[in-house]
Design a protein. Structure first.
Length: 274
């Protein structure tokens, strides 16, 4: 298919025929290079499967394998139907969140490391949020605090945990930095799964801390707000990890092999030397 034959919303690309034994990897690498060059913007549609397979000189199955790898990486989205195709995704940050979640589930990220990294990131994020927050942002945070307080009053742990994590997502968005937003959302997704496994925990100190924090936000005192947040998160970290440590002996006891008790054997008579 020539460039002149391409649909109006498809950006032409200059791909080379593939001769590698790992063809799908080389295809993915070439497409990544095209995306990096800026030839394809967010929402752009790649050439059709037929056009791409002809350009690369590979079968459609090989091409699809490459496209799926790019979809898993969050770089493109595959859409079926008459108006479907491969489109450049605007949600490539999802790959970071998925990677963090995979590392946590595989044990490469431990609970102490997860909560520690969160404290470090929030220290920077809070200062930026304080500097950039407008009246609407403050109102959104205050509404979130009210919703979390109501969930606590009802004894609704899942709603309470969700609203508390949402407070930090709002702060990340207020910071205005897409890298911070992506990383924080990824950390908070993992933390949500961790909290779900830990279960209900003592956090009566959170609401008073939120009130002090909001006073600092309104006053645009970034240092005081960051210090308040850090103190609260460090206390939460101790609360989380104490529950993890308390559960370890129970898990070890449940997984320990059962001991077999043998009946005492009769002592053998000692033979005296001749």
């Amino acid at each position: 298919m020539k460039d002149s034959e391409l649909p109006g919303d498809v950006v032409p690309a200059r791909f080379k025929a593939i001769r590698s034994s790992r063809a799908f990897e080389e295809i993915a690498l070439q497409i990544r290079s095209e995306l990096a060059s800026g030839r394809f913007g967010v929402g752009s549609r790649l050439p059709s499967e037929r056009a791409l397979s002809e350009q690369f000189g590979v079968s459609r199955n090989t091409l699809r394998e490459a496209l799926r790898s790019l979809e898993h990486a969050g770089l493109i989205r595959l859409q079926k139907g008459a108006t479907g195709g491969a489109f450049v995704s605007g949600r490539s940050g999802q790959a970071i969140a998925s990677g963090l979640m995979d590392m946590y589930r595989l044990g490469a990220i431990e609970p102490a490391q997860l909560t520690e990294a969160r404290i470090w990131f929030e220290s920077v994020m809070v200062r930026e949020a304080c500097a950039r927050a407008g009246p609407d942002d403050i109102a959104e945070l205050e509404a979130n605090v009210a919703a979390a307080r109501e969930a606590m009053r009802r004894g609704d742990f899942p709603a309470r945990a969700e609203k508390n994590l949402e407070f930090h997502r709002i702060l990340a968005r207020i910071s205005g930095n897409p890298v911070m937003i992506i990383v924080m959302n990824g950390l908070l997704d993992v933390l949500a799964e961790f909290i779900g496994k830990v279960g209900d925990y003592e956090n009566t100190f959170v609401m008073p801390s939120r009130r002090r924090f909001m006073k600092h936000m309104v006053a645009r005192d970034g240092d005081a707000a960051a210090a308040e947040m850090q103190a609260s998160l460090e206390r939460l970290q101790r609360s989380y990890l104490s529950k993890v440590d308390a559960a370890k002996p129970l898990v070890a006891k449940a997984s320990a092999p059962a001991r077999t008790v043998l009946a005492p054997s009769k002592k053998r008579a000692r033979l005296k030397p001749a």
